[in-house]
Write a protein that binds this ligand. Structure first.
Ligand SMILES: Cc1ncc(COP(=O)(O)O)c(C=O)c1O
Length: 316
């Protein structure tokens, strides 16, 4: 919400692009065509409809939001060429953390960077899920791309309620008393800030990212093997610290609409069997599996054994 206001104040433009299946928080402007949207309400791929995800959003906000399919350079380029003079920002989850960890195709993020530079649009990486998780420098480090604004939360506070916006100096300097407002009761909250400070120190001094990558890779490989053995078509998407499991298809999804072709019911059935046996993923397959530094190698081993039993039980 604040990143959008900064981008608007910086560019003096009002519209923005986001991608179908991406979630950027509860603010009204973003509650269209998220991963929770009714799939039947998305409209045609060539001419997507902004599908509201909740009651209570003024209809007029629809005019400011453009939802596009992820990874479609052609549609993106066409849209920007036609509307750049109204476009303040492009919001991107660099890996689709609310849709099974769908990856950007090589060149997609680079193209967004190029188009934002060419047309003076603010490129916003929403790193609420990828930040401090897929690398200490988040998706920016992982993909080698610098956004203009970046939003963080989740892993940054390791459970404490904190969020942050960072960005290029000239864009961030738009925030000025009397010019562009930012603040709130809990801004710079001392307890949460201390928690983030401690978390960042641990990230810098301990092999957190390396460990969760290693353990996550073991889980991804093991899950792939169990599903192959069970004869269930599947794709394990994403990266080891946050990966997704799409069942019922062996085609890697590159956008939300492709992900929806998977077998969500079978995923849910397996999840329920996992929970019965003491392993608790989110029952909704859109939510990736996030690795925790506290998980040991034995935990991974046990999880895979339970996964194997759960798949067998769900198939019965
Ligand atoms: C990618 C992404 N952005 C933004 C948010 C929302 O964050 P908050 O609830 O702190 O506004 C979430 C929450 O799950 C998220 O996954």
């Amino acid at each position: 919400m604040h990143a959008l206001r900064i981008a608007r104040a910086y560019t003096a433009r009002e519209q923005f692009i986001k991608f179908e299946g991406q979630y950027h928080g509860m603010a009204d402007y973003f509650m269209f065509s998220t991963a929770s949207a009714n799939p039947g309400a998305l409209g045609s791929r060539r001419n997507p409809i902004n599908a509201p995800v909740t009651s209570g959003i003024p209809k007029a906000l629809n005019q400011y939001v453009i939802n596009l399919p992820f990874n479609d350079i052609e549609r993106l380029e066409e849209t920007i060429t036609a509307k750049w003079h109204d476009l303040a920002a492009i919001f991107i989850e660099p890996i689709m953390g609310n849709a099974a960890g769908i990856m950007p195709k090589p060149g997609f993020l680079e193209k967004i960077r190029e188009l934002c530079d060419k047309y003076g649009i603010v490129m916003v990486f929403d790193e609420v899920k990828t930040g401090f998780r897929i690398a200490n420098g988040g998706a920016q480090e992982f993909f080698g791309i610098q956004a203009d604004l970046v939003t963080f939360a989740k892993a940054m506070g390791n459970g404490f309620p904190i969020a942050a916006i960072a960005g290029k100096e000239d864009v961030m300097m738009t925030v000025q008393p009397g010019a562009m407002a930012h603040g709130g009761t809990y801004s710079a909250n001392v307890v949460a800030t201390a928690a983030a400070d401690a978390t960042l120190e641990i990230l810098e001094t301990e092999p957190v990212i390396e460990t969760i990558n290693q353990r996550g890779r073991a889980l991804m490989t093991g899950i792939d093997e169990v599903l192959t053995e069970a004869g269930i078509p599947h794709v394990v998407t994403g990266v080891p610290p946050m990966f997704g499991i799409m069942l019922g298809s062996d085609q890697e999804p590159y956008e939300f609409r492709e992900y929806l072709e998977g077998d969500g019911e079978l995923y849910e059935a397996i999840s329920m069997e996992l929970i019965k046996r003491g392993v608790q993923p989110d029952g909704d397959g859109r939510e990736p599996w996030f690795l925790c530094y506290a998980l040991s190698e034995e935990d991974i081993h046990e999880t895979l054994n339970v996964f194997n039993d759960s798949v067998k039980a769900a198939k019965e």
